[in-house]
Design a protein around this ligand. Sequence first.
Ligand code: NAP
Length: 301
Amino acid sequence: MVMDDSAAAMETAGSATDRAATELTVGIVGLGLIGGSLGLDLRRRGYRVLGVSRKAVTCDRAVERGAADEASIELSSLAPADVIILCTPLNVLGKTVEQLRPHLNPETVLTDVGSVKAPIVEEIEPLWPNFVGGHPMAGTTEQGIDAALLDLFQDRPYVLTPTEKTPAGAVERVQELAIALGSKTYICPPDEHDRAVAWISHLPVMVSTSLFQACRREETPAVRKLAQQLASSGFRDTSRVGGGNPELGLLMARYNRDALLASLASYRDSLGQVISLIESEDWDGVEATLRQGAEERPLFL
Ligand code: NAP
């Protein structure tokens, strides 16, 4: 299920060409954690970055932080951009493209950073043929322009999900940017991306939040308080990914519903197996399960 095991996935790495860094103007829509971090990195690598966000205060802060050369609330300001990276929440990506397209020339390459790909590609491809679905796989539990970080994408996967209709030149252009960020690029079909990230990103968010919900239901106040006082690195690690931006988690579930439900059902089966092993005091079975996880996890990662 890991992307680089997929027959369709291709991995590349390398460094950006000087030509790309000096000549390209990159537009970014949505100057939050991901859009702001992309802007910081791309400007440092010599690209001219034009930003657009919903709030004027966010635009001012993005310029102040060095995440954009210029920023505005007007999508028309992106007319000179060669490549535009859409970094708004999943549910406004399509609407953004509809509002953006009267201002663009047909050569402009559009890409997005949405965490789910199939429904987004299906929505945007008919609106703008020069579009490549993308997903830089990096983040933190924070949000907004003040959470933007330099080098967020360094050594992290950056997935591109072209279809048979995507122009090869558009894929190359976006791949150049991803490589300039220091990312490892992977190419796979949108639905394979969605099934893979259901396992390694969306399922962990739901498992992590369920873990926290279960723990907070402890009925004896003294035990609950003690658990809180004793919670250390193990609980911190396992509950961390469920404690991020709720809007992002909700949109992942809405947009990747089928793949997420399939991975949750499989997880419920795994949990059920562990419960029956412990109920029946099958300690060999418990040990075998734990041993398999300990042996295979490092290979998987
Ligand atoms: P975020 O920090 O909340 O940033 C999104 C920004 O978009 C907000 O700061 C907001 O700026 C702006 N925005 C919202 N609606 C807009 C609109 N209609 N027009 C223009 N700007 C708008 O969220 P994020 O974590 O960067 O996520 C953005 C995208 O990245 C999502 O599609 C998500 O799936 C994807 N992604 C997230 C992660 C992650 O771990 N966080 C990882 C990979 C990909 P204002 O302040 O101007 O309102």
